[in-house]
Design a binder for this molecule. Structure first.
Ligand code: GLU
Length: 427
């Protein structure tokens, strides 16, 4: 048998995928992972592309492209969200699927990594159009998803409603419902109390643990949050409830700033009353509109919007000394280097935002049992796991004298590598 795989190391033109691959190779080399495992884990098990024909409200037909990538099922069914966004493509899904493998591994839950979505502009579509698109997509990916194969969840611009359309479509195709096939479902249909808030609650918990390690009193900390969707909004709320002064928030309508701290309850009220659930008009509550929440005068920054926002052009303008990545991949490698040189400390995405998938695991476990927990039980378990995981990465980083991102990647790879070794090649 050859000593190693002989497989050349992959390079990708897609920035997100290349970043994921290079971070993987860097961590794998640092931990001395053998070349066979490097070759296996640098490729995805399945990259699925489907066409999604949709009859639009005006009677015209549009064919969207949909994707589902299963990076690894070494630890269990692949797990990860489905996003609706114009930037979605197969390479982006692969990068995010790989990130999910590390996220689930690090979180200590029995899943591999997957990701998918549809290239579309959901904000310009009606609810009916989105329903037809979601159901058509569900039918196309039905052959590869399932409770014990691949379990999708919400991601950017998707939520409980999309999960129900998908579950209903596949349930009708199979003639039976399968509650554990999707997570992030609404409470009224097999969902769990606590899941909707879980990602943001987890991001904020990481932020609060970080403050504790740094010896900072939350009431003396000023935080800025980019993005006020599912992740950003509950990050803001949880931090605010813990006494942190949230000085800046933002969404596609703009960035809102007040050095005295923003009225987060009023921000929730604003999105509740907005048809697109945006912060339209929030400045009327007595704050000013500024260039970008990313550059706000603050101590802690929580980028919770999208990938690549902190890059070679923007990193130098960031004033925060500490960053907790709520979004997946918000900092490019060039941005990371600039921040590292400036001494900024970063909690990586797949640790910071793992509350979502840990919450999904709770939901899936409840679905398998057909027995639901209380919200208190759910939140307590979530916070406990987030705190433990933060501590594990912090300690590992201190022991190995590496940044938290590298420490987390190495710890995550270790668990997946052990599963591959145990199971053998024919995964
Ligand atoms: N979309 C979320 C993430 O990126 C949640 C995935 C899940 O629950 O499967 O982590």
């Amino acid at each position: 048998m050859a000593a190693n795989s002989g497989t050349a190391r992959r390079k990708a033109t897609n920035v997100l995928l290349d970043t994921a691959l290079q971070e993987f190779y860097g961590a794998a080399d640092e931990m001395g992972l053998n070349e066979r495992l490097i070759a296996i884990l640098s490729h995805s098990e399945r990259r699925l592309e489907v066409s999604v024909p949709v009859e639009m409200d005006d009677g015209s037909l549009q064919v969207f492209k949909g994707y589902r990538v299963q990076h690894s099922t070494a630890l269990g069914p692949s797990k990860g969200g489905l996003r609706y966004d114009s930037a979605v493509d197969i390479d982006e899904c692969e990068a995010l699927a790989m990130l999910m493998t590390w996220k689930c591994s690090l979180a200590g839950i029995p899943y591999g990594g997957g990701k998918g979505g549809i290239a579309c502009d959901p904000l310009s579509m009606s609810k009916k159009e989105k329903e037809r698109m979601t159901r058509a997509f569900g039918a196309r990916i039905a052959s590869s998803v399932g409770t014990w194969t691949d379990v999708p969840a919400p991601d950017m611009n998707t939520g409980g409603q999309e999960m129900v359309w998908l579950m209903d479509t596949i349930g009708k195709m199979r003639g039976q419902i399968e509650p554990g096939i999707f997570t992030g479902k609404p409470i009224s249909y097999w969902g769990s109390r606590g899941r909707n808030e879980a990602t943001g609650r987890g991001v904020a918990t990481c932020g609060l643990e970080f403050m504790k390690k740094l010896g900072k009193d939350p009431s003396q900390v000023r935080a800025a949050i980019q993005g006020f969707g599912n992740v950003g909004s509950f990050t803001a709320k949880t931090l605010h409830d813990a006494g942190v002064k949230v000085v800046a928030i933002s969404d596609i309508t703009g960035s809102y700033y007040s050095p005295k701290g923003l009225d987060i309850a009023a921000a929730f009220e604003t999105i509740r009353n907005d048809p697109k659930r945006l912060l339209n008009g929030f400045e009327k509550t007595g704050c000013e509109k500024v260039e970008d929440a990313l550059f706000a005068d603050c101590d802690f920054l929580f980028p919770c919007a999208r990938d690549g926002v902190i890059n070679k052009d923007t990193a130098g303008k960031v004033k925060a000394r500490y960053i907790v990545e709520g979004a997946n991949g918000p900092i490019t490698p060039e941005g990371d280097a600039i921040l590292n040189d400036a001494g900024v400390q970063i909690v990586p995405d797949f640790l910071a935002n793992s509350g979502g998938v840990i919450g999904s695991y709770f939901e899936w476990a409840q679905n398998l049992q057909g027995f639901f927990w209380t919200e208190e039980e759910y939140n307590n378990r979530l916070i406990l796991i987030m705190k433990e995981n933060f501590k594990r990465v912090w300690d590992y980083a201190e022991a190995k004298k590496v940044k938290m991102r590298r420490a987390a990647t190495m710890a995550a790879i270790q668990r997946v590598a052990e599963a591959v070794e145990l199971r053998g090649l024919f995964l």
